[in-house]
Design a binder for this molecule. Structure first.
Ligand code: LLP
Length: 463
């Protein structure tokens, strides 16, 4: 289950204890809509289709491995978030989950804003024509060049992460003759991952300014004195792959407490509050994510209630979902290269990608599912571990899953829910080439990020 997804740390090809995996599913050919993109189905021949294209067509035309992204699904999830929060709130898609120029244009068309956290992400957003005032610029160590570029571009907000940065941004904006709108990122002492959260323990990390010890209040005090910045709000991001809303409840309570202190001390009611991203998705059938309208309702109610209690005007709320928008919209399509049964253990299925296109299994112990997609099969289920082609025993894509016992080299298999943090965290380990992202919609496919080539690798290697 993906509740064990986050304790980071490398995992080698350890043999899991007996009983770790659940029983085989009753129908190996079924595709659980919770984990697959919205338009995924099987055609009359049993071949999986997405956006009206078969995976065999896609593999033939674009090769494997490939990330296949369902554009209609992406747009509908983006729209669902936008609609759920309505005109009185803002949705900033977190570009770190997956960013490309096509994605930026879809977001723009669907009325979402964009969160970027590096010069490279900012450049991509601007190159695709995202209006700068709809961009939020994040990061715990923005370089002077990045700050200057963001200010010159006119980004709607810079999220300040340290005392040094308050001064840096204020000076940059002032020297350019302007005033930069900023939020101050604070840590509220809440750590939320998956199904649980810890309400006191998480100030020991690099992001934000701790609420504890009055540091966040001091940061606001200093920022309010500087002409180069206009403090528009407080930012809090509490974690990743969260299902339990009570972490947000505690965070909102603490942020509103700070807003009240600011009002009492400075006579200023800050107009915005950003609650970050982190909402969970289904990686396997065991996960039960919430719908955007439920999340919007819960967050709005929490903030409104807290503000009423503190006799504050309810600030404009913003959120920054990344995974929850793009995660479920893509799957990774692989070709099976070898099938190696290990007696009494499991069968190792090697695919033509691996930890270079999905580092999350090795890095976070993340859970994924997998299916045979180029055909159906009535063969008995076999317990498999899907591994890549890298020179490393921890090169695991799917730790434990069931595939049909007649699986053979040349079959296509696909791992769903790889839209977030797979292409964006992909590497060239072993000089393996990063796969393309192929967007499909209404019976047509187009490459939105092309496959890397050996020439690309050699171009960086100046010899
Ligand atoms: N806002 C801020 C300030 C963030 O730091 C993040 C994620 C997000 C929004 C978006 O979070 P999301 O809704 O996508 O969970 N590489 C990890 C996730 C790291 C997330 C870092 N910050 C993974 O593969 O799970």
């Amino acid at each position: 289950m993906s509740r064990s997804a986050h304790p980071a740390g490398p995992r080698h090809a350890d043999v899991l204890p007996e009983g770790h995996y659940s029983a085989p599913p009753t129908d190996l050919n079924a595709l659980d809509p919770k984990v697959w993109a919205q338009t995924v189905d099987r055609d009359a021949d049993g071949v999986v289709t997405v956006g009206g294209m078969t995976v065999t067509q896609l593999a033939e035309e674009y090769g494997t491995p490939a990330y296949v992204l369902d554009e209609a699904d992406f747009r509908s999830r983006a729209r669902a978030w936008r609609t759920a929060f309505g005109a009185d709130a803002d949705v900033f898609y977190a570009g770190k989950a997956f960013l490309s120029r096509a994605v930026v244009r879809w977001l723009d068309e669907e009325g979402l804003n964009l969160d970027v956290c590096s010069g490279g992400e900012l450049a991509t957003a601007l190159a695709a024509g995202m209006p700068a005032d709809r961009i939020a610029f994040h990061g715990n160590n923005k370089s002077p060049e990045e700050i200057e570029r963001a200010v010159r571009a006119g980004v709607g907000r810079i999220v300040l992460d340290s005392f040094q940065e308050i001064v840096r941004v204020a000076h940059t904006a002032q020297s350019l003759g302007g005033r930069q709108r900023v939020q101050i990122r604070i840590t509220v002492g809440v750590e939320a991952h998956t199904h649980e959260f810890i309400a006191t323990a998480h100030e020991d990390q690099k992001f934000g300014i701790p609420l504890a010890g009055g540091q966040a209040a001091e940061a606001v005090r200093r920022a309010l004195q500087l002409d180069g910045v206009e403090v528009i709000g407080i930012h809090s991001h509490i974690g990743s792959q969260i299902f339990d809303m009570s972490g947000f409840e505690v965070a909102a309570h603490r942020v509103v407490g700070l807003l009240k202190d600011i009002r009492d001390e400075h006579g200023v009611e800050l107009p915005e509050i950003d609650l970050g991203g982190g909402l969970g998705i289904a990686y396997t059938s065991d996960d039960d994510p919430r719908e955007p309208h439920e999340i919007a309702k819960a967050l709005t109610e929490i903030v409104t209630r807290e503000c009423e209690g503190a006799q504050l005007r309810t600030p404009r709320i913003s959120v920054e979902p990344g995974r929850a928008i793009v995660g479920p919209t893509a799957f990774t399509l692989y070709e099976v290269g070898t099938v190696k049964p290990l007696d009494g253990l499991r069968t190792y299925v090697s695919v033509d990608g691996g930890m270079s296109d999905n580092i999350r299994t090795a890095l976070y112990d993340a859970e994924y599912s997998v299916a045979l997609v180029s055909r159906t099969s009535d063969a008995e289920p076999m317990l498999v571990r899907v591994v890549g082609k890298h020179c490393e025993s921890g090169d695991i894509v799917v730790k434990d899953a069931f595939l049909p016992g007649d699986l053979a080299p040349g079959d296509l298999i696909a791992v769903p829910a790889t839209g977030a943090y797979c292409r964006s965290m992909a590497s060239n380990y072993n000089h393996v080439l990063r796969p393309p992202v192929v967007a499909v919609r209404d019976g047509a496919a187009r490459v939105i990020v092309r496959r890397e080539t050996e020439e690309d690798l050699l171009r960086l290697d100046v010899g």
